[in-house]
Design a protein. Sequence first.
Length: 807
Amino acid sequence: MKVTINWLKEFLKVDHLDPAKVAELLTMSGTEVKKVEYVGERFKNIVIGQIIEYKQHQDADKLSVCQVNAGDKLLQVVCGASNFKEGDKVAVALEGAKTVQGITIKRVKLRGVVSEGMMCSEAELGISSESAGIMIMDESYVPGNDFAEAVGLNDVVLELEITPNRPDCLSVIGIAREISALTKITFFIPEYDYLSELNQDNNFEIIIDDYILCPRYSAKIFSKIPRVQTPDWMKNRLLLCDYRPIDIVVDLTNYIMHEVGQPLHAFDKELLHSNKIIVRTARKGEKIRTIDDNLRNLQEDMLLITDEAKPVAVAGVMGGKDTEISKNTINVLLESANFSGPSIMKTSSSLGLRSEASNRFEKKIDPELTVFAIKRFEDLLSKVSGYKPEAGIYDNYKKMTRERKLDLRLSEVKNVLGKEIDAKDVSEILSGLKIANCQNATDKNIIEAVVPSFRFEDLEREIDLIEEIARIHGFEKFESVPPQSNLKKGRHTYYQKTIKSIRQSLCDIGLYEVINYSFIGDSWIEKLKLTIEEGYKDSLRILNPINEDFALLKTSPMPLMIRNLLNNINHGIKDMGIFEITKIFRKKEGSKLPDEINTLGIMLTGKINAKGWNEQDKNYDFYDIKGITEYLFRPYFKNSNLIFKEKEYSFFHPVISADIYAGIGNLKIGIIGKIHPLIIDSIELGQDVYYLEINLDEFINNAEYSVYIESTAAFPSIEIDIALVVDEPVKNYEIESEIKKSGSDLLKSVRLFDIYRGKQIEEGKKSMAYSLTFLDRTRTLKDVEIEIIVKRILENLSRKFKAKLRE
């Protein structure tokens, strides 16, 4: 945002403001001044001139030789323009002046005739893009006077960075108020008596459907409004603050928005279809053609300004083309309203329309400004044109409580700032910020403050007042003191150490880590056949996604990891193992917030090793990813089983998928399987993919991690092999679990080494061969005691699974 020093001085009782000092004070108090531009330097050696006489150049039909009164001398100027006459006042660039195009003016001969300067166009002065002729100025200007001083361009522009919590500073008045608080220069604004003007008659009606979306809507009708030229001083202030002058009505709305901070919009009253304004949300299928001549499709939550026939403006964003004022406009309806910040932000974002007005509404401006802005418009219009409008302002305001009282403890000011500030100084600072205050009658430690309406949005707590005191008092006035505390060396938590260890372990075996976004699109949910029943499809939707590929919070690492594989395969990298440690998001019953689950995903595809002179290449298979699972679990689940229970998932191969259980109580910790071949075909991946997903929260919370140190056994172990014939549905984990349960502490390991189905085995059955290892570290085992244990194991297996020892 830009403001000029001369504009600021209109609200400060001061003759001179030092721009550099003002810039420093504002920056140090939290309103950064990015740039200070001394505009008058652009127009050095440019003065007001008056054309006394002119004649055609003797050797050039399109050139004129003019005699120009430059105040203390008469200049001869050769000019190529033709839009002037004798007596016109013009801007004359003297020798040494520079145009915005970088041309230095010199005394030159043009076709044999001396030219002692240049009469400038608006484009050459940098005032506008108009270059068709020289700039003809108002006859009131005096020849010889400095051009910049005469037209109000001998000014200094401050370019400010306004923080989002200070909408009151998006105005000249707001910045002037800040300067007043920092310098103790008296601040003042015009006072208007308007209460008697509000809603004098029923000739015009304002209807608001939702006061949350529109707390206040004020309007005034200006009949037979004069269409005078905007004065140069106003046009130039607008130009310096990056507004393009258009006509007196539009220029006044922009001028007041910048000065007061309240956006205004002017409708051509004769183009409205009723004496009624309705503020409502859009209806299904409604459209509006905006001032930029684009037809806009409206969403049903967008706030509109309408008459009884149709929408006439997108509230707080842009007016409608059909009710736009023009040079033929006679009667104007001036809108000054207050709209919901979040509503305007959403509408502006959805339509791709950003404006100075929407920028202010988004930050929640003060509803008390609406009528003041109308009166300021009326006041300035009267000053520049002599126009006296009829009394009467229409105002629909469901006034909400915007008075907040805060107790400020002087002891807390000292505690927070580390410096004692006198109660009188605190009171003066608050008063300078227009925060009414007084000392508590019974407790002198407390100052009672009343937050003004224009600071209602950001001054909510005692600490906010303390911040105001600090920045106005001056941060540079606080002594720099090193912090004193007992610092402790930071340590990783057990959880962090485990995550780090898992990450390193996976890198050690040659897997590559990937890092994906937390968002995913609907298309990948459908491609991978994810279902609500399995907990993968019931995703949380983003309200304003960047695009359709980022519309949902992901419920699994799998979709984006498959996309990683697909991207690599498309670039010729077909063999890889990848992993991701990430958060996934699952809906939580009875809560608005989702469960955020730390999750590990591992994916393998292609060849595990390249073909060499001494070995054949080998593709990844299910047992590779199962082996990685066992490798990961072994250090953390020493005393419990790792169990794979067959379970079908829509995205896995029907017979190559399982749930993973581990820990005391056998909690489900993950899933494992081969991605369904139909999915592989549908996304044209072209090769098998194996996937492991582990809930790291369950994994780490139930881990039994400890360091085991065992000496080499001094006594021999005994290995017994048994082959069991069981029914086909019996699972390996069930048999292993029963063997371990039936065996004594002497049983150290159980390993399945063969599964056989064939002629010697009855149909519907299978043979499963296990190697059992027994060991006692304190003595040599006897065969007879092992036989007793094995017999007990076989009896229990027979009773539970009807297992028979294979002959």
